[in-house]
Design a protein around this ligand. Structure first.
Ligand SMILES: [Zn+2]
Length: 351
């Protein structure tokens, strides 16, 4: 069985300049590395070329005025936010990445699984920031809802909270948005507290799980088993869209979490296994990650999705966490999980 994988060489246009932590060469470097080091794994991928999202498609998740503002800004190399300058070609590349996630979502529905480069989750209805121009995850989810789906689970495991995706679906109950992210007190975008649980019709359908800084694999597994899995079972999604790249790794230069390659693969594998067990199509998207081990982290994600044997390595010692610190992190997480369950109990039977 082959797994559909969406890639286009023109993703390289998604680039924010020579001194920026997000460069467009990351996509091609990853493809080359995967093919050279793991030819057998590479041969199990059915590589597909996506089409760019049309303006109409972008407007499923973004305001008409925003889409036009982005175009005008690009012409004068303007800034969406301090960290997100629009260089020539970046908007077309953003449209291509968004189109890829839409194509991949449809493919996942048909084939049970699809993989691609995506997760521009900091772009909201009328704003872009945090290296995100258009929110491919939200556009893909909206496309499927438009085409008749009624329950989409978006599971965001990026180190940064998915504020854009959250804002787009905050009042909506057809999308259950769950985000596991580094404690917003210590990391951009500073959103995603346990009390942010949706509004109006969408109350209870936004779930934020702030992970303590330095969180390791066992803490993630715990949050998955106590919060994510029960909600997944009760919600009965028709598709799961997981997004998030390698930035929860302990080596990431912009974040402060504590996953290693094994635990990142395990986290992804846990989601893959759950999707298989509940016979739900899975779309897996990754694109984030900063510093020298982005490719290695992405390979760990692919290993988790495919359950493949792949020897991966980070030649950099991990931070030693003392027993006392581990205990403190566990207690902190337990308190958060309890609070989340209390907040959600009016809306969900499992809590
Ligand atoms: Zn991130």
């Amino acid at each position: 069985m082959t797994v559909p994988f969406f890639y286009h060489p023109d993703f390289s246009g998604y680039d924010f300049g020579a001194t920026h932590p997000f460069r467009g060469e990351r996509f091609a470097s990853f493809m080359t590395e995967l093919e050279d080091r793991f030819p057998e794994v590479y041969s199990t991928l059915d590589i597909k070329k996506p089409k760019a999202a049309s303006e109409q498609t972008l407007e499923l998740a973004h305001d008409h005025a925003y889409v036009h503002r982005v175009k005008a800004l690009e012409k004068r190399r303007g800034f969406l936010s301090l960290d997100t300058q629009l260089l020539p070609g970046s908007v077309d590349a953003a449209r291509l990445i968004t189109g890829a996630s839409v194509d991949a979502a449809r493919e996942a529905l048909g084939r049970g699984i699809a993989v691609g480069f995506g997760g521009l989750h900091h772009a909201g209805p009328d704003y872009g920031e945090g290296f995100c121009i258009f929110n491919d995850v939200a556009v893909a989810a909206r496309t499927l809802l438009d085409e008749g789906l009624e329950r989409v689970l978006i599971l965001d495991t990026d180190a940064h909270q998915g504020n854009g995706t959250m804002d787009i679906f905050y009042g909506e109950r057809r999308v259950l948005f769950i985000s596991l992210h580094q404690d917003p007190r210590t990391l951009y975008p500073g959103r995603g507290y346990v009390d942010e649980i949706g509004s109006g019709d969408g109350l209870g359908y936004t779930v934020n799980i702030p992970m303590p800084t330095l969180s390791t694999g066992p803490l993630y597994t715990r949050a998955m088993r106590e919060i994510v899995m029960p909600l997944w079972d009760e919600f009965e999604p028709e598709i799961v869209i997981r997004n998030g790249g390698s930035d929860p790794l302990y080596t990431d230069v912009l974040t402060n979490l504590g996953l290693d390659l094994e635990s990142l693969s395990e986290l992804i594998g846990l989601i893959r296994a759950k999707a298989a067990e509940s016979q739900v199509p899975l779309l897996d998207l990754f694109l984030s990650g900063y510093g020298p081990y982005v490719t290695e982290g992405w390979l760990a994600i692919v290993r988790g999705i495919l359950g493949a044997e792949m020897d991966l390595e980070i030649p950099e010692n991990r931070i030693m966490i003392s027993d006392a610190k581990m205990e403190q992190m566990t207690v902190e997480l337990e308190r958060k999980l309890e609070k989340i369950e209390n907040n959600l109990s009016p809306y969900w039977e499992v809590f």
